[in-house]
Design a protein around this ligand. Sequence first.
Ligand code: GLN
Length: 493
Amino acid sequence: MSADGRDLLDLSLVELAASLAAKRVSAREVTDAALAHIERTDARVGAFLEVTAGKARAQATAADERAARGRRLGPVDGVPIALKDLFLTRGVETTCGSRILEGFVPPFDATAVERLEAAGAVLLGKLNMDEFAMGSSTENSAFKPCHNPWDLARTPGGSSGGSAAAVSARQAFGSLGTDTGGSIREPAAFCGVVGMKPTYGRVSRYGVIAFASSLDQVGPLGRSVGDAAVLLQTIAGRDERDMTSSPRPVDDYLASLEGGARGLRIGVPREWLEAGVEAGVERRVREALAAYERMGARLVDVSLPHTRYGIAAYYLIAPAEASSNLARYDGVRYGLRTQGGAGLGDMYGETRRQGFGPEAKRRIMLGTYALSAGYYDAYYLRAQKVRTLLRRDFDRAFETCDVVAGPVTPTVAFRLGEKVDDPLQMYLADVFTVTCNLAALPGLSLPCGLHPVEQLPVGLQLVGRPFDEATLFRTARALERELGPLPRPPGVS
Ligand code: GLN
């Protein structure tokens, strides 16, 4: 229990940081509480692939020692968080949700992990995900399904399903995920937490297992907008080891967080609320927009006419890049190696046949085909042109608005098993999220209430100008203040 009688695990990261700073609670106490809660709930949720309890306790003890000497490092010092299992963690197995990396123990940390640890964060473990981050439900995990804490028969979304489920279930105070076509925002929406995909280049991808390198971006998930802002603040900024990371200085996200919505121009793309969005989702999104108007923002009609080509372009570009990124898993350098066979070629083939699941294989084949001589111009190059058109759509929209707003997904969380045998249906869950990656823009997912019938979280998506994460946080915070926090999800209470 915290001082005001609330369960410690219900505190937000920002509230916990204040309690730690005031010594109302110790890092060890909260870490033990989180580990016990994971122990109690994760057989049902399936968010963790590995719990690093020993490491977490040691880090928490070190945080308490710093606090005792008056040397707290900042807001994440002593705060228990967890990582999608595609961040390299020195000495801790990193599988990317795939059999082909089973047993792979990286010799170094990803930059984002290094920065969190340098800031004193306590790492609880590695989180479940779709294999190689390919998927929208975490059902492509090679190891086990992950369940939505709001309804254990539903998916938590994906590919960062474990990252969203763990935060929603109060197992961690925040987490890191990655988003290539929606993998932070969609699970955040399904699980009722805040997820931020920053601008391409805002966070280093060094030590992050690559899916589609021109689209992948690291970002935080948290129980509040402030929590996500604190985490992004900790990991953002130039890294000499990732040449695509931006040298632009990182804004102070907390400084403008409480700035409110007055005077903001919120663009509402007509293509995002057309037929296809389920009625209850549309209702909550429209209510959120109306709330912004009441708070003094102005709604502006905008158009993103190329939205409908987004999925087609994404599902050429992402597999094309994946087919090349996944070529390195050959049984020689990492993880799994199958025995037997006639020679090296057989060993490569057999390792990949056994090591990759069906979705990874589908993408490798699709991507290899799209890049092959004779088809390159018809598919890959065409898709790249669509990418430019999408970016121009957004550039034009941002001439008349500061933020673009709409749904994150067409529906609330779907049932486990519902789409897993129909890849195209699964891909369509990404219709509103992929364009933001293709255009390299920042996008945030914010809970905007529960679906009126299904009683499951609905997500509002806010997309901003390049490197304008600060405005997204501020805009999101205004609505969060208006709506208040969601209750603890029923699946884990
Ligand atoms: N669902 C999308 C896909 O399967 C996005 C995944 C992601 O963002 N990593 O590719």
